[in-house]
Write a protein that binds this ligand. Structure first.
Ligand code: HEC
Length: 178
């Protein structure tokens, strides 16, 4: 403590001491505040980045994980199995890239895969879409696309037997007696 000047009377000495103590306590309070701020800063530096999580409305939601899952799925989907491109269902053959790029914009590739036609038939469908559905000119891709469609989505073999040629059938009488 500071030395109290000798020439003070008792009352003055008390007042002197009091004033000194008050100053001391103010200093201590100030120090406490500084220590508190430093402590907060030290805690904030390593853990501060987690604080926003506490205020997250849905703590279960983890966007990072779900992105990983969906990109894994996409990778899985962009595969070819047994000659079929899994994501689109299109046959994986020359011209696939062009068809995928041009023909899956407006509708799913299912419309392509569930149809069968000759090259002319496909050309007509494309022309119909160009005239009525806003399909743009396919430019140099058109030939490749038509070749691809005609080769992979050609009319299927005749599914039912051909009509009988009645003139050539040898008729006989069915005998029910014996
Ligand atoms: C600009 C948009 C657009 C693009 C691109 C497009 N189509 Fe279409 N396509 C349509 C619309 C619209 C329909 C009618 C859909 C419906 O009936 O639900 C259609 C229908 C079809 C159909 C069914 C036709 C029928 O008779 O049922 C086939 C097959 C088809 N498209 C093949 C293709 C092929 C092959 C390509 C690539 C060259 C292609 N589409 C690109 C818009 C498009």
């Amino acid at each position: 403590m500071l030395k109290i000047p000798e020439d003070l009377d008792t009352e003055q000495k008390e007042a002197y001491n009091k004033a000194w103590l008050e100053t001391f306590y103010t200093l201590v309070k100030g120090l406490k505040l500084i220590v508190f701020i430093i402590a907060c800063t030290l805690i904030y530096i390593p853990f501060g980045k987690y604080i926003p999580d506490w205020f997250e409305s849905n703590p279960e939601y983890q966007p990072t994980n779900s992105t990983i899952v969906s990109s894994e799925m996409e990778e899985d989907f962009d595969k070819v199995e047994n000659g079929i491109h899994l994501q689109t269902g299109l046959i994986y053959a020359p011209g696939f890239d062009q068809v995928r790029a041009q023909c899956t914009v407006c509708h799913s590739a299912k419309l392509v895969t569930q149809n069968r036609a000759t090259k002319e038939g496909w050309a007509q469908m494309i022309e119909w879409m160009q005239q009525t559905q806003g399909l743009r000119d396919l430019g140099p891709d058109e030939d490749r696309i038509l070749d691809y469609l005609a080769a992979n989505y050609a009319p299927e073999e005749k599914g039912r037997r051909e009509n009988l040629n009645i003139k050539e059938v040898e008729w006989y009488i069915l005998n029910l007696e014996n």
